[in-house]
Write a protein that binds this ligand. Structure first.
Ligand SMILES: Cc1cc2nc3c(=O)[nH]c(=O)nc-3n(C[C@H](O)[C@H](O)[C@H](O)COP(=O)(O)O)c2cc1C
Length: 406
């Protein structure tokens, strides 16, 4: 029996039965072997190597899915996309994964430069179909090879392990124009990327409504709903420790009643009734409340919307996020809205009901009145900034030895 009125796509990411197999260590060597290495690359001490990889693993990822696998072989560092962890309705065309991989790449680069090394990165060396997404080689400063990465963000290295998502309700206190300028400037080395902010009450109210509407679409979408409760939210400490991914419910600033409400929404029969009786108005309220206590909303875009743009864009996101950490600003991504716009514009709304497509089309027009955005540009990241208490817990990561293959 169909509980939802629109067709349900098969759930692809399920720990028990998934269409996409986990990337096995044995396959990584095979996938990496045709890459030609530079003979002048250096051999790192184990301790430094560990620091670089730990930095990369601490990167943010959509719903903390950690869609990566690393191979260390012959003093080269290979970054793979492990789609087993990321395949989902919200990751349209793997673009959110590319962005997360870009964040990991940026942490790796900054950490290496912080140790006095030069970095050469080859991104998408075998194209987008190949699971290998980037290769890093390191050099001493006196062997400067061509194509090394510039150093403009090295000073942000001390913030790599403090950076976090802050979902606490903050204050609406004004952020200085100097700080906003600092954030805008933090990404200028990424070609085509741009960062804009709005902070007027009118713009924040409008975006708050649109974000709430996108959240409601997500909650009522069969596949997105099932993935949210199966893979994204971790309701107990036991679940947290078992999977070491997803979002710990304790990291979301909710009252006990709101937590109960969310648990109730996990029941697809409840959601089906809410949908049938058009009772979904409250579903996006929590996001709206968060915007009501934010100082500004930032929108990061890049000139086009191909995988490489999201990978490079991920580097820009990490730079801006580390800069916000340096400035002591609370940072929370709110990406469902731009990612659903991307599915609408680039994917012709595939997977949405025609009602959702119509709603999103109207929402896109309203969004453009706040942030005018060409259709073909890459909508990388929407996030809110505020002054808020630091969360009392850190999000977990899967164990190093499960992700880094040597
Ligand atoms: C592509 C991407 C999309 C994200 N979207 C959201 C979002 O919509 N809402 C949210 O609260 N956090 C979002 N996050 C933050 C992740 O949930 C967070 O990075 C992850 O849980 C790890 O936690 P940490 O950032 O505290 O290390 C996003 C992060 C990335 C990289």
């Amino acid at each position: 029996m169909l509980l939802f009125p629109i067709p349900v796509n098969p759930i692809k990411k399920d720990p028990e039965s998934t269409n996409t197999a986990k990337l096995q260590n044995s396959a990584l060597y095979e996938l990496a072997k045709s890459f030609t290495l530079d003979p002048e690359r250096v051999t790192l001490e184990k301790e430094i190597e560990h620091y670089l990889l730990e930095s990369a693993l601490h990167a943010p990822s959509g719903a903390n899915c950690q869609p990566w696998k690393w191979l260390i072989s012959e003093n080269a560092y290979y970054l793979f996309h492990d789609k087993y962890y990321s395949e989902s309705f919200n990751d349209f065309n793997d673009l959110a994964s590319y962005l997360s991989l870009g964040c990991a790449a940026e942490n790796f680069i900054i950490a290496a430069q912080n140790k006095g090394l030069e970095v050469k990165m080859s991104s998408l060396p075998f194209g987008t179909e190949h699971k290998l997404k980037a290769v890093f080689q390191l050099f001493n400063q006196d062997t400067i090879p061509p194509l090394i990465m510039p150093h403009e963000s090295t000073h942000l290295a001390p913030h790599i392990f403090n950076r976090h998502t802050n979902r606490n309700k903050g204050s609406q206190s004004k952020i200085s124009s100097q700080d906003l300028l600092g954030l805008e400037e933090s990404i200028t080395s990424i070609e085509g990327a741009s960062l804009r902010f709005v902070h007027s009450k009118k713009s924040l109210d409008e975006l708050g409504e649109l974000i709430a509407m996108a959240d409601k679409i997500k909650m009522l979408h069969p596949q997105a709903h099932e993935e949210l409760f199966k893979n994204e939210i971790r309701f107990t400490e036991e679940e947290n420790l078992k999977y070491k991914d997803g979002i710990d419910i304790d990291l979301v600033d909710l009252t006990e009643n709101e937590k109960l409400g969310i648990k109730l929404c996990g029941d697809s029969q409840v959601m089906s009734l809410i949908n049938t009786w058009s009772l979904g108005e409250g579903l996006g309220k929590m996001s709206k409340d968060l915007i009501d206590c934010s100082s500004a909303i930032g929108f990061l875009t890049i000139d086009s919307n191909n995988p490489i743009d999201f990978f490079n864009g991920g580097r820009a996101v990490e730079k801006a996020w580390l800069k916000a950490t340096e400035l002591n600003l609370a940072f929370q991504p709110m990406t469902i809205l731009p990612y659903y716009f991307t599915r609408l514009l680039k994917g012709k709304g595939e997977g949405f009901s025609s009602k959702d497509k119509d709603t999103l089309t109207h929402m896109w027009i309203r969004f453009n009145a706040v942030f005018p955005t060409p259709k073909e540009c890459g909508q990388l990241f929407l996030f809110r900034l505020s002054e808020a208490k630091t969360p009392t817990k850190q999000s977990l990561r899967r164990p190093y030895n499960d992700i880094v293959c040597t």
